[in-house]
Design a protein. Structure first.
Length: 205
């Protein structure tokens, strides 16, 4: 027989409320119920609410932490990219001389030719070489400068000079080349080179 059956069969009329033992028992039960209610209301329920709040705060903080990590990762990537772009800009500025550096560039070309055992006859800027040259646009940051080099050179020396041009610190390219045999000296041909370099425009410096 379970508790429900016991309560069903229990005769509450037989309880003597005037009995001191019964009164003590009922008072004890009542105090226990009040204490349990007070505990639930003032202790258990606030703790449950606090646990839910802490759980929510922990979830929000975890989400913010993930977002912060993503931002830090993006910032580090952006910082690395910025440093790389800065290095590229510095490199390009070194490879693109300003217009006032052209005389030094001509001297450098002359020295490169001499180091390749090429006899320089003439080396001058040749802006009129590109007859259809378009005017510089406002958005451009560089200008193409053609340089005409006339020299006497053998094939091997010329090949060495061209290789040095390709590996030079400045941006340079050979736009045209003309080689003519020299009857007076078969080992030294008459050579004309049109070398193009690029200068930074002053207003973009």
């Amino acid at each position: 027989m379970n508790i429900a059956d016991n309560l069903k069969n229990f005769d509450f009329k037989s309880i003597d409320l005037k009995d001191p033992h019964t009164q003590t028992l009922l008072l004890t039960v009542l105090v226990s119920l009040i204490a349990a209610a007070l505990y639930l209301y003032f202790v258990f329920v606030p703790q449950v609410i606090r646990v839910f709040k802490l759980t929510a705060d922990a979830g929000r903080m975890n989400s913010e932490l993930k977002s912060a990590r993503v931002l830090i990762k993006d910032f580090e990537s952006l910082s690395r990219s910025l440093k790389e772009q800065s290095r590229k800009v510095e490199s390009y500025e070194k490879k693109l001389p300003a217009e006032q550096e052209i005389p030094a560039l001509l001297e450098n070309l002359s020295n490169m030719a001499k180091n390749s055992n090429i006899k320089i006859v003439g080396i001058v800027p040749a802006m009129s070489y590109f007859k259809d040259e378009k005017p510089v646009k406002q958005s451009q940051i560089y200008r193409e400068i053609p340089i005409l080099i006339t020299a006497k050179s053998g094939y091997h020396e010329l090949g060495r000079f061209l290789s040095n041009l390709e590996n030079a610190d400045r941006f340079m390219k050979v736009a045209d080349i003309d080689i003519k045999a020299n009857k007076a000296n078969p080992k030294k041909h008459d050579v004309e080179l049109m070398v193009c370099t690029y200068t930074l425009l002053t207003e973009n410096k």
